[in-house]
Design a protein around this ligand. Structure first.
Ligand SMILES: Nc1ncnc2c1ncn2[C@@H]1O[C@H](COP(=O)(O)OP(=O)(O)OP(=O)(O)O)[C@@H](O)[C@H]1O
Ligand SMILES: [Mg+2]
Length: 400
C-alpha cells in the first residue's frame, strides 16, 4: 500500500466502523431469519402425556381413563399412536377437571375472587445475570401450569421481545412497545401494545430502543412536576388489563434507573437473580444498597412501599465449581431463606436453545440429550415450583 494515498486516520476508522456495522447487521438479520421464523410462524410444540401429567397433576392412568370415557377432547396422535397435546388442549383438560374432578379447584392455580394480581420484577443491575432467561422460563412455565401470564419487557435491549420471535428494531421501530403505555406525552392504553403470543396463556408487552427515552423524559417530568409520576405510571397502565391476568413477569434492564424503578414500584414481589461469583455478588451488594437508598427516599416523599416478597435466585450455577459453591453457601448464610433453595443450573441446553430464541420448554425433547434435558428441567421446574409457592402464599394459600 502506498503511504501517500493513505486516507486521514479518522476517516478510515469511521468508514470501517460504518461498514462493519452494515455487514454485521446484515449477517445478523440473515442469521435470525434462518434460525427462527417470524413471529407469525413461530409455533409451540406439542406435549407428551407424561408432560401433561406433570403440568396438571392428573395421573397418567387417570388421563388415559378419562380419554377412554370420552371426558376429554380427542387430540392428535403420533405415528406410534401416542397422544400429543397442544398447550390450549392441556388447559381445556385442566378446566374439565376443575368442573368434574374431586377437589376440582386445585386444578386451577390462578387468582380467585379477592386475590390481587401478582406483579413480579426480575431484577439486578449486573448485566448477564440471567434475568431475561429466568423471566422467560418463569413466564412460560406458569403459562403451561395454567396461570394467565403477561410478560413485560422493560429493557430497551428487548432481549425478551426477541425471545418471542420479534425483531424489535424492525417491528417496533415506529412504536407499539411498553414505552407507549408509560410515556408522558399521550400514553396509549396498555391493551393497545399487548400482543398475544404463540404460547397459550402468555401475552407480551414488547420493548424496543424507544424505551430508552423514558429515562430522560422522567428526569424532565420530575423537574416540571408532570403527573402521574414515574412511581405510578406502570401500576396505572396495568389497572386497565389487570382482570385478564394472574401474573405479570417483568424483565428489567441491567441498570437501576427510572425504568427499573418504575417496574419495581408497580411490583408486588421481586426476584433478584445472582450468579454466585465474587464480582457478581459484590455488584449485587452495591445494587441492594442503591435500591435501598432510593426506596427510602421515595418512601420519605410518598409513604411506605410494600412488597409481598423479595427472593434471590442463584442463577447459572455450576455446583462442581468450588468457588461458586462456596459463594452460594455464603449467600445462603447471609440471606437465609430469602434465597430460593433450588438454584438455576448452568446448562448447554439453555444456552444452545437460546441461540435459536427458544427455551427448554420450547425445544423438541429429541433435540437434546435426554440426560442433559432432564437435569435442567429438574432445576428450572424446581425453581419455578418453589417460587410458585411464594406466589400462592401471597394469595394466602398454603401449598403442601
Ligand atoms: N442457566 C443458564 N445456563 C446456560 N446459559 C445461561 C443460563 N442463564 C443464562 N444463560 C446465558 O447467559 C447469557 C445472559 O443471560 P441473560 O440474557 O438471561 O442475562 P440478563 O441478566 O438478562 O442480561 P442483561 O443484563 O444483558 O439483560 C445468555 O446468553 C444466556 O443464554
Ligand atoms: Mg436481559
Amino acid at each position: 500500500m502506498s503511504t501517500s494515498s493513505k486516507p486521514a486516520a479518522s476517516e478510515s476508522v469511521a468508514a470501517s466502523i460504518a461498514s462493519n456495522a452494515i455487514r454485521l447487521s446484515e449477517a445478523l438479520d440473515n442469521h435470525m431469519r434462518n434460525s427462527f421464523q417470524p413471529e407469525s410462524k413461530k409455533t409451540l410444540r406439542k406435549f407428551q402425556p407424561a408432560e401433561v401429567s406433570e403440568l396438571t397433576g392428573i395421573s397418567m392412568s387417570n388421563l388415559r381413563t378419562r380419554h377412554q370415557e370420552g371426558d376429554f377432547p380427542e387430540v392428535e396422535t403420533d405415528s406410534r399412536g401416542r397422544r400429543l397435546y397442544s398447550a390450549a388442549e392441556i388447559d381445556q383438560i385442566r378446566h374439565i377437571m376443575a368442573k368434574t374432578g374431586r377437589n376440582g379447584e386445585a386444578y386451577l392455580p390462578g387468582r380467585r375472587s379477592g386475590d390481587a394480581l401478582q406483579v413480579i420484577s426480575i431484577v439486578n443491575f449486573k448485566g448477564g445475570s440471567s434475568k431475561t432467561t429466568s423471566a422467560i422460563h418463569l413466564a412460560q412455565r406458569y403459562a403451561l401450569r395454567g396461570y394467565r401470564v403477561l410478560a413485560i419487557d422493560m429493557d430497551p435491549q428487548a432481549s425478551l421481545t426477541t425471545m418471542f420471535g420479534y425483531r424489535p428494531e424492525i417491528e417496533f421501530a415506529e412504536g407499539g412497545t411498553i414505552y407507549d403505555a408509560i410515556k408522558y406525552e399521550e400514553p396509549v392504553p396498555l391493551s393497545q401494545v399487548i400482543r398475544k403470543t404463540y404460547f397459550h396463556n402468555l401475552d407480551l408487552a414488547p420493548a424496543g430502543l424507544m424505551l430508552s427515552e423514558y429515562e430522560t423524559e422522567t428526569a424532565y417530568a420530575l423537574q416540571h412536576k408532570i403527573d402521574p409520576p414515574f412511581t405510578q405510571r406502570l401500576a396505572i397502565a396495568l389497572d386497565e388489563v389487570e382482570a385478564n391476568y394472574d401474573l405479570v413477569i417483568i424483565d428489567c434492564p441491567p441498570q437501576l434507573g427510572f425504568t427499573t424503578m418504575t417496574a419495581l414500584l408497580a411490583s408486588t414481589g421481586l426476584l433478584i437473580t445472582v450468579v454466585p461469583s465474587m464480582l457478581d455478588v459484590a455488584s449485587m451488594a452495591q445494587f441492594l444498597e442503591m435500591a435501598g437508598e432510593t426506596v427510602r427516599a421515595l418512601e420519605e416523599a410518598a409513604g411506605p412501599i410494600h412488597w409481598n416478597f423479595l427472593k434471590f435466585l442463584i442463577a447459572r450455577y455450576e455446583p462442581t465449581d468450588v468457588p461458586q459453591s462456596q459463594m452460594a453457601g455464603f449467600l445462603r448464610s447471609i440471606l437465609l431463606d430469602q434465597v430460593l433453595t433450588t438454584p438455576m443450573l448452568k446448562s448447554t441446553a439453555i444456552s444452545d436453545a437460546g441461540m435459536t430464541q427458544q427455551t427448554i420448554y420450547e425445544i423438541e425433547p429429541s433435540q437434546v440429550l435426554k440426560k442433559t434435558l432432564d437435569r435442567i428441567l429438574e432445576s428450572v421446574n424446581g425453581v419455578t415450583d418453589e417460587f410458585e409457592k411464594v406466589i400462592q402464599k401471597a394469595w394466602a394459600r398454603e401449598t403442601d
